[in-house]
Structures are given as structure tokens and as C-alpha cells.
Design a protein around this ligand. Structure first.
Ligand code: MEV
Length: 386
């Protein structure tokens, strides 16, 4: 039975923490041995993953504690250089845990492939011709991704948008269920497979054939409650609700609010080998969709506490990419124990909410510097084993 509640974890040595994790996380001996050797990435594997490799680049791999998501305890691997991110997320998760933890649901893993056309004669007519051939185009796309079809994924829908009627600029968006993959390669394959047929239907000049990094049909929604008592009193809760309102009113503040949210999300994404550039691009684009840059998460007063919520498009994968190549990422997945891309997306959104709550609580009380400086000091003390 896995528990994410391990008291005194931060006070223990690295070796003792691994003992704790082996028990609490029910980790297999191979994964424990990998962590005991220091984890990381061997040079020959690194050399196959990228180009012009000369060495590997390390980051601390930590575990955030106390998370409960949809009733299940989860241990969250995090890789981040900034002190206080892991402690802050664990602390906030402990407070949220008292009110039942995080709850959420994620849409199916629908990614968008885009095919661009320019100089299309009569673009509205051309768009109608594509829509009329919808079934044939989706079938063509499916034929290019047999391995995904075998896993019940595939092309689900398409849409045609005329972006500039005068210049005949038209885009065809294809929606593909990529199941447990992040899906970039899959939808790029689909875009390239259907583009010649689309060209024969619309005329003009073919342009780009590439995914959109804003997967608006792949939303994850997470919410949580935290009580006044857990936060340190109603004034603290009021302060956090006011901080949330500040971010909703002011894009300058919203950026910093969102940076704090992404602190946790990115750290878990890096540990789990996810394409964090894509996650960042999507999250900030979504935050601006209303025409004004907005906070990704909000906190509202409810009787006796606060309710936090976030809704984000999150393209993550538990198969493909670094998940198949990087032994550190594979070990991190052993710790996390998620089976689907949707579960992983909910984990990342929850860590974001925890980081955000911790930052707002600190800002609404002592200010951020007190805790930050204490943890920064650690960099100047002698490391274990030195
Ligand atoms: C620092 O990494 C993150 C914060 O600035 C976030 C925030 O202001 O909400 C503390």
C-alpha cells in the first residue's frame, strides 16, 4: 500500500529517505538500487537521445509528499534547481490533504494537427468541399497511424477555418485521439498524410503541416479545498483570496502567479521526461485566450476555507519520448504509478495548484523571503558524503 505521508522525511539523509520510499512507495528492488547509485543518465544513452553530446547535465531529483489525488496517495518526483519548490508543494499538499486532497478529471487525449493553405480560390466553397469529404480524410489519417489505431486511438474529427478570405488562407484542423502519448509525432504524421488529398480538394498552395501546441480539446480540471485552520486562520485564507483577485485584475501579477504555479508543474514534468516547452506554451496561451492574460488558477472563499481550481490544456504522455529512453524518467514513473496520460495530466495540475497555494500563503503572511533565504542557505553547507 503506497502512502505519500512520510513524517520527518526532510530531516533524514538521502540514504534513509530511500529506505522510507522503498517501504512507503512499495518500490521494486531494481528502482531502489538505481536511485541508490544516484539515478541519472548514462552517457551512451544520452548520446543516443541528442546530438553533439559531451556529458550529461544533472539536477536534484526530489519527491514531493502528502499528495492525494482522486482518493489515491501519490508520491511526486520533481527535478528543479530552485530551492523551496519541493518543500512548498509538499507543505501545501499536506494542508489540502486534510480536506480530502485534489479532485479532477481530464478529457480524452485529443491533439490537433494543422494543415495550412494559401491562395485558395473561393475559400468558403473549398472549406465546404473538405467537410463533405470528412470521413475519407479521417480514414486516410487513420491509415497513417496503424499502431495508434491498434490502441483504439485515431482521427476523430476535423474543422476548416478560413483565416483570411481575401488572400485565401485556410487551415484544416484534424483532431486525433493519441491515447497515452503526448502525441506530437502522431499528429505530425497525420498532417503530412492527409495534406496532398486536402490540397486536391481546396487548391492553392500547401503550407505547414504540424501539430498545434494548444490542445484545446485536451483539458484537465483539478480542484481542492483547504480549511482556514490548516492555513493558519481566516485572515490567511482572506489574504490568499485577495492575492488571487489581484492576479485576476492585473496581468503583471498574473504572470508571477502563473510562474509560481508552473514551478511545481514544470519540476514534475522535467522529472517525468515531459516536453515542458510545450506545456509552458499551452499554459500561457490558454491564460491569454480571453484577450487579457489571466491567472491559471484561482482561489475563492468558501465557508470555513478556500476552494482552488485550475483548468488547463495539458499534452503529456506515459509512452513515447523520453519515457522510453531515459532510465531516470522510467524510475520516476515507478514512483508515481500512473497508468494513463490523463492521470499524469491531473498529477501535474495538482502539483501546480499546491505550488501556487504555498506561494500565495507565504506572500499573504511572512512574505516570500523568509522561507526562501532559509532554504538558500543550504547551498552553502557541506553536502552529505563530502
Ligand atoms: C517564485 O519562484 C514564485 C513566486 O514569485 C510566485 C508568486 O509570486 O506567486 C513566489
Amino acid at each position: 500500500m503506497t502512502t505519500s505521508r512520510i513524517s520527518g522525511f526532510y530531516l533524514r539523509s538521502v540514504r534513509e529517505r530511500l529506505d522510507d520510499l522503498a517501504r512507503a512507495g512499495d518500490l521494486d528492488a531494481e528502482t531502489v538500487a538505481f536511485f541508490r547509485r544516484g539515478g541519472g543518465l548514462e552517457l551512451p544513452i544520452a548520446d543516443r537521445m541528442s546530438e553533439n553530446v559531451i556529458a550529461t547535465h544533472g539536477l536534484p531529483l526530489s519527491v514531493a509528499l502528502n499528495f492525494v489525488l482522486n482518493g489515491r496517495d501519490v508520491l511526486i518526483p520533481m527535478a528543479v534547481e530552485e530551492p523551496s519548490v519541493v518543500a512548498a508543494a509538499s507543505n501545501a499538499a499536506r494542508m489540502i490533504r486534510e480536506s480530502g486532497g485534489f479532485h479532477g478529471e481530464a478529457d480524452p487525449s485529443i491533439m490537433t494537427a494543422q494543415v495550412q493553405f494559401d491562395d485558395v480560390p473561393d475559400p468558403a466553397e473549398a472549406a465546404a468541399r473538405v467537410v463533405a469529404e470528412r470521413a475519407r480524410i479521417l480514414a486516410l489519417g487513420d491509415a497513417s497511424i496503424p499502431r495508434l489505431i491498434a490502441r483504439d486511438g485515431g482521427c476523430r474529427d476535423l474543422e476548416v477555418r478560413v483565416l483570411d478570405p481575401q488572400a485565401g488562407v485556410l487551415v484544416c484542423d484534424l483532431f486525433v485521439d493519441v491515447k497515452d502519448a503526448m502525441g506530437a509525432n502522431i499528429v505530425d504524421t497525420v498532417a503530412e498524410a492527409v495534406a496532398p488529398t486536402l490540397l486536391s480538394l481546396v487548391g492553392g498552395k500547401m503550407g505547414l503541416r504540424i501539430l498545434s501546441n494548444l490542445p484545446l480539446r485536451r483539458m484537465s480540471r483539478v480542484r481542492c479545498r483547504v480549511s482556514d485552520d490548516a492555513l493558519g486562520g481566516p485572515q490567511v485564507a482572506d489574504g490568499i483570496a485577495r492575492a488571487s483577485r489581484f492576479a485576476e485584475l492585473d496581468p503583471l501579477r498574473a504572470v508571477t502567479h502563473n510562474k509560481g504555479f508552473m514551478n511545481g508543474l514544470d519540476a514534475a514534468a522535467v522529472a517525468l521526461g515531459q516536453d515542458w516547452r510545450s506545456l509552458e506554451a499551452a499554459a500561457h496561451a490558454y491564460a491569454s485566450l480571453g484577450g487579457k492574460y489571466a491567472p491559471m488558477s484561482t482561489w475563492r472563499r468558501v465557508p470555513g476555507g478556500l476552494e482552488g481550481q485550475v483548468q488547463l490544456p495539458l499534452a503529456v504522455g506515459v509512452v513515447g519520448g523520453a519515457t522510453g529512453a531515459h532510465p531516470g524518467v522510467q524510475a520516476a514513473f515507478k514512483l508515481l504509478r500512473v497508468a494513463t496520460a490523463q492521470e499524469l495530466a491531473l498529477v501535474l495540475a495538482s502539483v501546480g495548484l499546491a505550488s501556487n497555494l504555498a506561494a500565495l500563503r507565504a506572500l499573504a503572511t511572512d512574505g516570500i523571503q523568509k522561507g526562501h533565504m532559509r532554504l538558500h542557505q543550504r547551498k552553502f553547507t557541506t553536502p552529505e558524503g563530502a
